[in-house]
Design a protein. Structure first.
Length: 213
């Protein structure tokens, strides 16, 4: 089993609750299934560029015009996208670790999504609609937030955006372990909430460890 882990937290682990969830998840996963192959992408160590005009053309112009030949400049501009798309296509499970910022994903995670949601790589696109071109089976969100959010809260743009993007390419098995209420000024039970989220992350790891591919 191949697991792609993409992390979008700039904080060190001792300060990052989302990273602590990831440690709990991957420690349990390795304990239960040592044969799992994990690829880590730290977006703050290997930041994605914003999608440029040349990279956009490299992705979409061949969809508009199948005879279009991608230029050398466009190939260069889309090199990051091509590399990340290959990691995505090789993965059976995708783990996204991040804090919620301003009710949504960190900008650096959005930039990564823009690079990997690429036609001709992750999916094909035509009059018949979208056809997935990947092996991804499951997406796991390991999230922290200062505020408390109820399920399907209208101000939760993070899970809405990720689910919409993944469902667009045919991935509907999306699981979340969420440490909300991590603002200690507003929530005196933040430590308990983190402990509960860590337990949830470990339970998700148990599910992944026994996945059949």
């Amino acid at each position: 089993m191949n697991v792609l882990h993409v992390c979008a937290s700039p904080r060190p682990t001792e300060e990052s609750v989302s990273k602590q969830l990831a440690i709990a998840f991957f420690t349990k996963l390795a304990e239960l299934n040592p044969d799992v192959d994990v690829t880590n992408v730290d977006l703050y160590h290997n930041p994605p560029p914003f999608l440029s005009y040349d990279a956009y053309r490299a992705m979409w112009q061949p969809v508009v015009d199948p005879t279009y030949k991608v230029t050398d400049a466009e190939k260069k501009a889309s090199a990051y996208s091509a590399a990340q798309c290959q990691l995505f296509k090789d993965a059976d499970v995708l783990v996204l670790t991040m804090p919620m910022w301003n009710c949504g994903v960190p900008a650096i995670m959005k930039a990564w999504l823009d690079q990997v949601m690429a036609p001709g790589q992750i999916f094909t696109y035509g009059p018949e609609g979208v056809k997935p071109e990947h092996a991804l089976r499951k997406v796991i969100l390991l999230i922290s937030s200062g505020a408390v959010f109820k399920e399907n809260a209208p101000d939760d743009a993070l899970t809405i955006q990720i689910k919409a993007a993944m469902e667009y390419i045919g991935v509907t098995d999306i699981v979340t372990a969420w440490a909300d209420g991590q603002d200690p000024v507003m929530h005196s039970d933040c430590t308990l909430r983190k402990s509960m989220a860590i337990e949830a992350a470990q339970e998700v790891a148990e599910e992944v460890a026994t996945m059949t591919l």
